[in-house]
Write a protein that binds this ligand. Sequence first.
Ligand SMILES: Cc1cc2nc3c(=O)[nH]c(=O)nc-3n(C[C@H](O)[C@H](O)[C@H](O)COP(=O)(O)OP(=O)(O)OC[C@H]3O[C@@H](n4cnc5c(N)ncnc54)[C@H](O)[C@@H]3O)c2cc1C
Length: 317
Amino acid sequence: MTTLRQPLLAIADSRRVRRLITSAPISTGIVADYVPGETTEVAVRAAEGLVHDGLRVTINALGEDTTDPARVRATVATYHELLAELTTHGLARQTELAVKLSAIGLGLDGTHRPSEAALAEAMANAHAIAGAARQAGTMITLDMEKHTYLEHTLQVLRQVRQDFPETGVALLAYLYRTEADCRSLSFDGSRVRLCKGAYAESEDVAFQSRPGIDRAYVRCLKVLMAGKGYPMVATHDPRMIHIASALASGFGRSTGSYEFQMLYGIRPDEQRRLARRGETVRVYIPYGDQWYGYLMRRFAERPQNLSFVVKSLISKK
Ligand SMILES: Cc1cc2nc3c(=O)[nH]c(=O)nc-3n(C[C@H](O)[C@H](O)[C@H](O)COP(=O)(O)OP(=O)(O)OC[C@H]3O[C@@H](n4cnc5c(N)ncnc54)[C@H](O)[C@@H]3O)c2cc1C
């Protein structure tokens, strides 16, 4: 994590900056590096190519902090459409779904502190998507968002797992509490995607320095690899990948009892290299027109791309 990360994420929250960037012509090219397109057809085609290369896939219908009920319904419908397309193309078994609860109800209040009604809406929608995924022969993983959604996300996980125990969740190593959450979720059948964490969080709840976050990531990895669950190691960091491999063999895990995950467009050669080595590697494909928040988090992680943001702003002046 860089020292520029928090300020960049803060700037990205500005409505004006959002308007300028999403309407800048320059956006189209750079978005395509991280998001294959806006339609289900394009996402399925991208998945097909990756599966052809020996990779697995998780697909996210972009959207977050959705306050419009019609848009929530549209996102749920998109997941159903996606599952139908994956089935038609024979891709459902290699492709799971990544779901952000704030896109399917948890964000309805617009406060980042969901009411009981918002929680109930997210729960019902997650349950329906998990059910449709099961029918198609696949499963879902709940993305993890801002820490104010964390308890609600775990609540939804527990409830959905009662009927669909294959449902997984992402945990974010930068939060102080995550090592303990990893322990609680290290049981047989539990699927945990471990990420460093992508949001701007304060020092009240999260490690701030890169070494601090990396050390926390390794502690969490140890807990998950030593446990009985299925760890999903979501990172592009060569050091973390190396350590995860060493821990997996140290704890006597065979390939297939854990997996690596990376984002679409990031380190594609490494994705293929790991797969050739016999590792299970899953690529996270986000798609849709609501790419702004996702893209800004990627830029905050890699300020080398900052010139794009600056050019977008200048070109609109
Ligand atoms: C599959 C997946 C799912 C995710 N789900 C969530 C989620 O649900 N919630 C959430 O908050 N976050 C999520 N994230 C994002 C995650 O939290 C991190 O913000 C993001 O992965 C960057 O951290 P990193 O571990 O890759 O390492 P960083 O610390 O960002 O980078 C470490 C090293 O990795 C390499 N690297 C990183 N990025 C690049 C790049 N673009 N090109 C080339 N090399 C690079 C470089 O060597 C770099 O020095 C997810 C990430 C992945 C991979």
